[in-house]
Design a protein around this ligand. Structure first.
Ligand SMILES: [Zn+2]
Length: 205
């Protein structure tokens, strides 16, 4: 199990069939999540392509998230978090914090992704739109979007998912490099500086 410190990112390799579990250990945290084809980083999990493939804006259990070449890269296999996630909002970056009035450098998910990839000796050419785990962005009146507090509550990394006590999100596949960043975007109303956990699971599917 890897802890993603608050306002930092982590990346790991996944083989085909391996699962990654993201546990919102403190609750109320948002985790920007990406996946890349390990053999070709120009192919990555794409939210715009995934929304087309899923026919909805929030993935449900069994949904495959697809790449910019429309191939499945991660499948949602468990979700005990309350099922509220976001596929609409871009990752935060230094320019967003500048717009929000932040003075000086502010940690952000775009830089966190780059740093996490660097730890694996990799560099992605761009920052794709992330799957924002636990981020609560309801669409109001069929058009407006509004950032609200996440509904997820703290989960425990060691809880078995079938006991229903774990607030986590399981993703499956492989030959993929998921990267996650613990976000403190102001757009996520109640997201705070809290760590989360992420780990591979042995069971393949
Ligand atoms: Zn962020």
């Amino acid at each position: 199990m890897i802890e993603i410190p608050a306002r930092r990112g982590k990346a790991l390799h996944l083989r085909r069939g391996q699962k990654a579990r993201v546990v919102n250990t403190k609750g109320q945290q948002v985790v920007d999540t990406w996946a890349f084809n390990a053999a070709d980083l120009s192919e990555f999990m794409s939210m715009e392509h995934s929304r087309v493939a899923m026919g909805r804006i929030i993935p449900a259990i069994g949904d495959a998230l697809v790449t910019n070449r429309r191939r499945p890269i991660l499948t949602l296999v468990e979700d005990n978090s309350g099922g509220i996630h976001d596929t609409l909002f871009a990752a935060c970056d230094c320019w967003r914090y500048e717009l929000l009035g932040s003075e000086g450098y502010h940690d952000n998910c775009t830089d966190n992704l780059a740093a996490a990839m660097r730890e694996l000796g990799l560099a992605a050419a761009e920052t794709p739109a992330p799957l924002n785990l636990f981020m609560n962005i309801p669409v109001l009146d069929g058009n407006r979007v509004e950032a609200r507090a996440p509904v997820s509550t703290p989960g425990r990394a060691r809880d078995a998912p079938d006991r229903g006590a774990c607030r986590d999100f399981g993703l499956s596949r492989g030959a993929a490099i998921p990267g996650g960043s613990a976000c403190r975007c102001r757009s996520a109303a109640a997201a705070a500086d809290k760590p989360i956990s992420c780990g591979r699971r042995r069971h393949s599917r």
